[in-house]
Design a protein around this ligand. Structure first.
Ligand SMILES: [Fe+2]
Length: 407
């Protein structure tokens, strides 16, 4: 493709912008073996999911490393952790004598997010909910360094300063309008992990649904950082590469879960997507996903991917060339931007995304009931194009029907 200058392409993606990633990253198979050397005997707190310590003890490289550590172990993080559970975790760490050191988070996005909440809670003598509402409280205190080892290829939380926490455990069906917001984001620059050790081997044993749901989170997060007002010359190539990697690797892993090259590709996709998203933040798919998870327990990545094709269609009207470039990368040089939503719809249909959501909700009416619950002023405001109430409804309707080429 000929080089295009700013003068001859009035509709060109933005290049200006800022980028701040203070996390040191080690990526590759076997890098988890470096954990004990990285910590060099310093006291640490190892945070894992429920039962996680026992599973990690059996790992040929992490097991010996963990046995060497001078560590307090907390393995009580559930998926989608609540603010109440995290306040209890802070209290437990204090009760068990934790004073100072490095927080080592080994797990999926929920564990990594919980480590950020734990670090914030330990740094301040107040509840985590209050810190989330007033993150500037963290300006004046020292926050424990976090070392993150993701065991899923999805959230990219190891390279972001954000933790998504819940006010109540997701799932359980319809709620009343008095229940208040379902989730809260805790974000502060001090919560970037100091070190991310991304070893794809830690994802080798993920079950099929975990692989798909977490992988779709990475795929969607990359897209959300592309149709994003904060995208720039540094984030766009990272996010585009993440989508291309996941585009090939996710179907490959559905066919063959033992495909190590595809596991490596998804780990890279997740890292690249998180690196871009940590700068730009999320847009409409994430905002539309939270009620699906809150009310019906739809797994985060599936809930985000559900509206992806329809959101792409919506954003296309404001494309400045970035979606056209993405279509070329995913579909080939001859593909126009207009082919992108249908192609995404077909891709997600083959992975069973809409079928999963339809099964969880049971009816179209249940889905459309969620329109009023979507918090969009903040998230919608990041998008290439705003997503108003009518657009939300249209996106949900199109997602329910399934958006395919030509529809
Ligand atoms: Fe996400």
């Amino acid at each position: 493709m000929p080089y295009r200058t700013v003068e001859d392409t009035p509709a060109a993606p933005p290049l200006a912008g800022s980028y701040h990633l203070p996390t040191r990253v080690r990526f590759g198979r076997g890098t988890r073996a470096t954990l004990s050397a990285e910590l060099a005997g310093r006291p640490c707190l190892v945070l894992t999911s429920a039962g996680g310590s026992a599973r990690l003890a059996e790992d040929d490289l992490l097991g010996p490393a963990l046995r060497e550590l001078d560590a307090l172990r907390l393995d009580a993080v559930d998926a989608n952790p609540t603010v109440t559970a995290l306040d209890a975790l802070v209290a437990e760490a204090r009760d068990r004598g934790w004073r100072d050191g490095t927080i080592v988070a080994i797990g999926g996005g929920s564990v990594l997010d919980a480590a950020k909440a734990l670090a914030a809670g330990l740094a301040l003598d107040t509840g985590i909910g209050r810190v989330a509402r007033s993150p500037a409280l963290l300006d004046a205190v020292t926050v424990a360094p976090i070392v993150a080892l993701p065991t899923t290829a999805g959230s990219g939380s190891e390279v972001t300063p954000v933790a998504v926490l819940w006010h109540r455990t997701p799932g359980g069906g319809p709620r009343t309008t008095d229940d208040g917001p379902a989730k809260v984001s805790l974000s502060h620059r001090s919560l970037f992990p100091v070190l991310a050790i991304v070893d794809p081997a830690l994802t080798d044993t993920l079950r099929a649904h975990q692989t798909l749901a977490t992988g779709l989170d990475a795929f969607n997060q990359a897209a959300e950082s592309i149709w994003n007002r904060h995208a720039n010359a540094l984030t766009l190539p990272l996010a585009t590469r993440a989508m291309v990697l996941a585009w090939h690797a996710l179907p490959a892993l559905q066919r063959e879960p033992g495909d190590r090259a595809a596991r490596d590709a998804m780990a890279a996709a997740s890292l690249l997507a998180g690196t871009a998203l940590g700068q730009t933040r999320t847009v409409a798919c994430h905002a539309l996903s939270y009620p699906l998870t809150d009310r019906y327990g739809v797994t985060h990545g599936i809930a985000c991917a559900f509206t992806m094709a329809a959101v792409a269609q919506h954003m296309l009207a404001s494309d400045d060339g970035r979606l056209a470039a993405l279509a070329t990368e995913l579909l080939g040089a001859a593909a126009p931007a207009e082919a992108l939503p249908g192609a995404l719809g077909s891709f997600l249909e083959r992975l069973g995304v809409a079928a999963h959501v339809r099964g969880a909700l049971g009816s179209r009416a249940a889905l459309l009931d969620l329109v009023g619950e979507v918090e969009l002023p903040e998230r919608g405001g990041n998008g290439l194009r705003d997503v108003d109430q009518a657009a939300r409804r249209g996106i949900l309707e199109a997602s329910w029907e399934g958006l395919t080429p030509g529809s």
